[in-house]
Design a protein around this ligand. Sequence first.
Ligand SMILES: [Zn+2]
Length: 354
Amino acid sequence: MRTPTFTCMLAVAGAHVFGGHLCTALAWDAHGHRTITRLALDGFVASAGSAAPLPDWLTDESARAMVAYQSSEADRYRGTRSNYLAHENNPDHFLDVEDLETFGLTLSTMPPLRYQYVAAMAVARHVHPEEHQPHNPRLNPSGDQEWPGFVAHAIAEHHAKLTSAFKTVRTLEQLNDPARAAQLQMARANVLVHMGHLSHFVGDAAQPLHTTRHHHGWVGDNPNGYTTDRAIHAFIDGAVLTIHSLNYDTLRAQAAFDARVDAGDPWRDIITYIQRSHDAVEPLYMLHKSGQLTQDPGRPFIAERLLDASSMLAALYTSAWNASAPTDRDVQDFVRYDSPARAEPAPGMGKPQP
Ligand SMILES: [Zn+2]
């Protein structure tokens, strides 16, 4: 369980009961998420488009700019003060890997299905109450700090939604029905929305401080004297990218796009990806302590995190695309569910006849 800090407690105590939680971290700022997205789109075009070119609506500069913008939407949710939104959205941005142990879980044994994961933790907390501080709704009214986090589940779920969105577009394109023009336009927009959401959480998971209980400075035993300054989080999110001039143009030549994802079930690949980021937590603190994070050794270290994210995201985009070709049965089911006879009328055509 994430323990609210003193600063957080003050902020929450001053918030309205339905106020948003003020202390959950962002990850890469919008610039970092855009960089990951634009790199990944290059990898997607190169791999998924190798058999047949991807359509313009998915790859032109307008689409790239929209997906890059959308890749920060999940952080914009934090700007609306709602416990309902904070409860649902905030824990999707992180996974404090060390805290799984208090629920008898590890990265490799964590249930892949979200509510089975929650149920397993609730049972563990009931059986071993001594391992857990009870959740305090006064200090954390949205409950967004109650569990170790859901970023792995968010990636898997958004990958599945993107696969579905691709399939709908390709189904509508096969139908090629002028009466469904608005449906196709919206379906294409949905693809860009889901590509952006997926990018966000893949990006977050590559920020090592989003995979650890030491997310805002080292907590607990600290024999190596790592920083306990909360500011390290924001420093990694943004300032260190500026210091090393890490952006699309400077990283493009290094992007390898060698990650691969099992389209049928990407869970193991997602877990391996999060483990790589978690493995970088202590090296990150060591670089920070030695002062090398802002010097030559720091640049490839942070660049590798951004490039790993773009490679993984490209692989997830590609696997979703490759799994989305509709079968004849898919097309028939789509029409049966939403038949032309009951379609929305074109503007000015009046109500459809029953
Ligand atoms: Zn985030």
